[in-house]
Ligand binder design. Sequence first.
Ligand SMILES: Cc1cc2nc3c(=O)[nH]c(=O)nc-3n(C[C@H](O)[C@H](O)[C@H](O)COP(=O)(O)OP(=O)(O)OC[C@H]3O[C@@H](n4cnc5c(N)ncnc54)[C@H](O)[C@@H]3O)c2cc1C
Length: 385
Amino acid sequence: MSDHTADGLRGLVAAFLRTHDPSGDRTGFLRARFDAGLAWVHHPPGRGGLGAPPHLQAVVDDAFAEAGAPDNQPRRNSIGLGMAAPTLLRHASEAQCRRWLRPLWTGEEVWCQLFSEPDAGSDLASLRTRAVPDGDGWVVDGQKVWTSLAHEARWAILLARTDPAAPKHHGLTYFVCDMAAPGVQVRPLRQATGEAEFNEVFLTGVRIPDTHRIGEVGHGWRIARTTLMNERVAIGGRPLPREGGMVGVLARLWRERPDLRTGGLHEEVLHAWVRAEAARLAALRLRQLVAAGQPGPEGSAVKLSFAELSQRISGLEVELRGAEGLRHDDWTMRRPVAPDLLGRTATYRYLRARGNSIEGGTSEILRTIIAERVLGLPAEPRVDR
Ligand SMILES: Cc1cc2nc3c(=O)[nH]c(=O)nc-3n(C[C@H](O)[C@H](O)[C@H](O)COP(=O)(O)OP(=O)(O)OC[C@H]3O[C@@H](n4cnc5c(N)ncnc54)[C@H](O)[C@@H]3O)c2cc1C
């Protein structure tokens, strides 16, 4: 029986480190950490956790970091860790969790999200990719778009239509798709930054075994909502130290380059700093609430304010730097292994931040969700994302 206190968990980490060398084989170390229940401490035993209170995760992570232990490189698998894992934990079978959670957490298997389609973004439930029953599985045909890191992914969470005759929210089913399966074609889509972080994905006669279906046939929308609510927290509620992220870049520039300062911008920089700190603390609080249960519509607020702030702060940086801030250093087409919101230059940050108010639900959609589901204002015509 584990001692679910901070000291108890520090003791478990110390005992683990006595028998596992953090400077040895990275994958072996991470697998053993998962098996010891020290990956996601709030998960149940057998699924990477100990059933411990979620706030103790930071205690465990800090203890491993202090020992110089390798981490699971979370930026490389942000969709897996932030969206697929909580969805699997809530809706997948025991066998499915056993198959997928460990390599997901260790980073051996990267995940992507096959949700959006050319005519189904905000109105996601109108998607047209079909999954048709065939023997002991399904055959999937359709096109997905804006699929971040599909070029790196081993698995995808996939939403497909299994009953075209049913009302649109009831005809969907949730699957896990093998990105190495015949019929999956990934083509890069180049962004304003010059990079191709995302892709279009063509699915042609892709076979998915029924054992890779998550939940009941026709219940895909309910399961997708778990993914979408976690997505907003994953994007907007990342744990950051004070002056972490975009505001840190701006604050350092302000301190180190007095030659760039102008009176008018002083107030703007201060204002952005205060808003960023308030957003960071709100995200911290939200993460604690989320760890104690599933995220609610409040996650939309942190995602919305993250997008507004990163666009405003990256704009301020470009303004501060003047002509120098307009120089984009390199427009080489690359397919990065992880999204990089901070990038290399002010222009990169400015251009990449444009996508923040689109990815994970647009700011317009999030405002509607906040108005209706948080503030209880009268409903507008239905939005689905
Ligand atoms: C960087 C990035 C990464 C992404 N990664 C992924 C991924 O990995 N997987 C994935 O599935 N998708 C991904 N997406 C797609 C993203 O989820 C969609 O772009 C988003 O949901 C918007 O859909 P859309 O692009 O079809 O725009 P549309 O839904 O066509 O919207 C166009 C405009 O109309 C507005 N609008 C639409 N409906 C309403 C309404 N009811 N009320 C008010 N305004 C409305 C929108 O706010 C927007 O301004 C990514 C997008 C970006 C930018």
